[in-house]
Structure formats: C-alpha cells, structure tokens
Design a protein around this ligand. Structure first.
Ligand code: FAD
Length: 278
C-alpha cells in the first residue's frame, strides 16, 4: 500500500521552515513520496521547485505537480529539464485552474496534452500521475465523457492517478469499476482530505465538485465553534473512510495535508500505518 502526502508551496519564510518539520513528522510513516502543488499560469513555479529542492536536501523524494495552464511547450520543456537536473522521478501532470482575475483566465490545453508533451520531451524518465474524479469533474457533461477524458490521459502515457477527495466511498468504487470495464488498469489512488474546518471545506468543495454528505456538513457546522470536537469528529469520519478503502485493498492513499501534520498523522496512526504489516 503506497502512501503519499501533498503540500502546497509555503507563502512565507516561516511557512517554509515549518514545512521541513511537517515533512519530517510525516516521513515517519514511510511515504513513497511527497508532492507539491503548482499554480497554473506559473504563479508558484519557483515555490514548487524550492519545495522539491528543500525536501530533496532532507533526503525525501518530492513529486512536483505541473499544471499546463497556458504555458508553451518550450516553457514546459525548460521546467522538465530543471526537474531532471534536480533528480525528480515523478510528476503530477494537470491542466490546472488559473487563479481568478488572471488576464488569460481560460486554460486552452488539457492534461492529456501535457502528458503527451512530457512523454515527447522526456520519454519514460518520469512516472506520471494524473488526476481522476470519482464524483465527476465539474466541466464534464456526463460521467461517460469524464471517463473518456480520463482514458485519453492514460493512453497518452499516465502511469497512475490520484483522485479528487470524496467522502462517499461508493463513488470511488463505482469509478474504479467503470475504469476496469473500460480496460483502464492503472492504479487509482484515493485522495484523502482531512476535515478540519467547516467553511473552508464547503467553499472548496463547491468549486471542485466534491460532495460533502449532509450529515457530515451538518455535524461540521454545529461544531464550528469548537475546534477540538470538530477535529475529533473529522478524524473519526476520515479514519472510517480510509478503513473502508483499505479493506477493499486500494493501491494506496494520498493525503491532502494542507501543510499540516497533526490530523493526517492521527488518521495514519489510527490506521496502523506507523506499524505496517511486513
Ligand atoms: C490530485 C490532484 C492534484 C491537483 N493539483 C493541482 C495543482 O497543483 N495545481 C492546480 O492548478 N490544480 C490542481 N488540481 C486541480 C486541477 O487542476 C483541476 O481539477 C482542473 O480543473 C482539471 O485538471 P485535470 O488535470 O484533471 O484536467 P483535464 O483532465 O485536462 O480535464 C478535466 C476535465 O475537463 C474535461 N475536459 C478535458 N479535456 C476536455 C476537452 N478537450 N473538451 C472538453 N472537456 C474536456 C473533462 O471532463 C475532464 O475530466 C489538482 C487536482 C487533483 C485531483
């Protein structure tokens, strides 16, 4: 069972220092890799690279995300060359969403194009992860269309996929079944979002099309003034979700850590991942 933890590039020097500590704590769970997001449009190009370098210096392997945004093939190739120099072996290849207010706010390319460009320029030197959407990407007109776009990324050369987070475990199982029926055999790793904040998760989920079941939303809302109880509730819910996934022998878990170690590590401990079976 492969474990990975996702970060975003810290915005302050203090955040950067603390990320080293966060990664060191999470490294106790022996993850296969960490990953670091990348703002489409190149807004975090430097920040993402710094995280890769920083974690590399601590002896940890970090997969940079690369969102194609509206970058040119030449810009992407330069970045790939930099990553090869840094010893990067894995990339999370995405279309990306441009931050609102950016002049060229419509992304014209998609992840399939990016995967193709990476294979064209770098052959098989990178293991490529792509995104998958058990609850259907908001841009898709139907689940079948979404699956078709996912298949195109796989055919272009993706090795495995990380899913958008979900709290309806059945959505993941249904997606994996539909992939199997479509003869898509790459590992599809569930993305796990710890629940630590009511308003943040509701707002973010509306944007990315993830469903928060009503009973969870209601509990989070009612606990929103009681940080500890909300956290405890969130840890219980997400632990249970992961237990169901692990019981079904999923190929791994990918945690969206939001650059914090506490809650992700409580969940991992609950799952016994600090003492995995040999
Ligand atoms: C694990 C994970 C990590 C992420 N990390 C980042 C990050 O670091 N930076 C960032 O900016 N964003 C990130 N995102 C968000 C992601 O960029 C958005 O979800 C974006 O809207 C889609 O990216 P994609 O790579 O899935 O795109 P694509 O797979 O290219 O497309 C997404 C959807 O759009 C539709 N679509 C694709 N191509 C076409 C077409 N030609 N015509 C019509 N419809 C089409 C399909 O429904 C498809 O599922 C991440 C998401 C996940 C799940």
């Amino acid at each position: 069972m492969r474990l990975s933890f996702e970060f975003f590039p810290p915005r302050t020097e203090q955040g950067e220092q603390s990320l080293g500590n966060v990664a060191t704590k999470l490294n106790d769970f022996n993850p296969e890799f960490f990953s670091c997001t990348y703002g489409a449009g190149g807004s975090t190009r430097l920040g993402t690279r710094e995280v890769v370098t920083h974690l590399g210096a601590l002896g940890m392997s970090c997969a940079p995300h690369l969102s194609i945004g509206n970058d040119t093939q030449t810009e992407i190739n330069q970045l790939l060359d930099t990553y090869l120099t840094l010893g990067v072996k894995r990339i999370v290849a995405l279309r990306g969403d441009l931050p609102s207010g950016m002049a060229r706010s419509r992304v014209v390319n998609n992840a399939e194009t990016l995967v193709g460009w990476i294979r064209e320029h770098s052959g098989d030197r990178f293991h490529l992860e792509v995104a998958a959407y058990p609850e259907v990407h908001p841009d898709a007109r139907s689940p079948a269309e979404d699956l078709d776009f996912f298949k195109r990324k796989v055919d272009a050369g993706a090795n495995s996929a990380l899913t958008q987070y979900f709290y309806n475990v059945q959505a993941y199982f249904d997606f994996v079944n539909r992939c199997e029926q479509a003869n898509l055999r790459i590992p599809i790793i569930p993305g796990i979002m710890p629940l630590t904040n009511y308003e943040g998760i509701v707002r973010f989920s509306q944007n990315c099309g993830a469903d928060i079941p009503r009973w969870i939303a209601k509990q989070l809302e009612s606990l929103s003034d009681d940080e500890k109880s909300l956290r405890d509730f969130g840890v219980d819910v997400v632990t249970q979700l992961c237990e169901e996934l692990l019981a079904a022998k999923v190929p791994g878990l990918h945690f969206y850590t939001l650059n914090r170690w506490g809650v992700s590590s409580r969940i991992c401990k609950n799952l016994g991942l600090d003492h995995p079976d040999p």
